[in-house]
Design a protein around this ligand. Sequence first.
Ligand code: G3D
Ligand code: MG
Length: 169
Amino acid sequence: MATLIQKKVCLLGDFSVGKTSLSERFVYDRFSGRYLSTIGVKISRKPINISKDIMLNMLIWDLAGSEEFSGVQSSYLQGAQGAILVCDLTRSETLTSLKKYHEQLEAISPDIPIVVVGNKIDLKNMQEITLALLEEQAQHFNTVAVIMTSAKTGQDVEMAFEELAEHLV
Ligand code: G3D
Ligand code: MG
């Protein structure tokens, strides 16, 4: 029988970068385009096959609403074993914000593996953030992967979560 491991992963990033969309894409393989701003925290569970002996239950914490503006609450970050820092490739200020989320994360759950995601790669003519800029920012964190995704088309969303999964077990 396979060993079942459970890990908590937090999504962090500014309002509207696509955190909920990425979670929905990965967990349910869907993109609805519009999500009513989630109230509080939504936790989604995604089983991931790591090997024939190991099954990982990823608990994906998606924070919503005003916390994004006023600073993430410590209960959200408490016990996190991995994090995905998300920016919107069409808005450069969302990359700058990652520093702030990283500081909050470090204060509560230090030294955990981080995947840095630049989302909305499908909006080709609107890109303000290059891969080089993303990588430059990511080197200040305990980054295990830097990935450009589209929750809309599904491009590389699985890869982002699975790269993190590999570092959780
Ligand atoms: P959040 O949870 O980080 O706040 P959401 O972000 O997942 O709610 O997404 C915010 C908006 O961006 C939504 O549009 C959503 O459809 C859009 N979005 C998310 N991911 C992508 C993507 O990869 N590509 C494109 N083109 N759009 C994306 P609305 O219109 O509801 O504001
Ligand atoms: Mg959301």
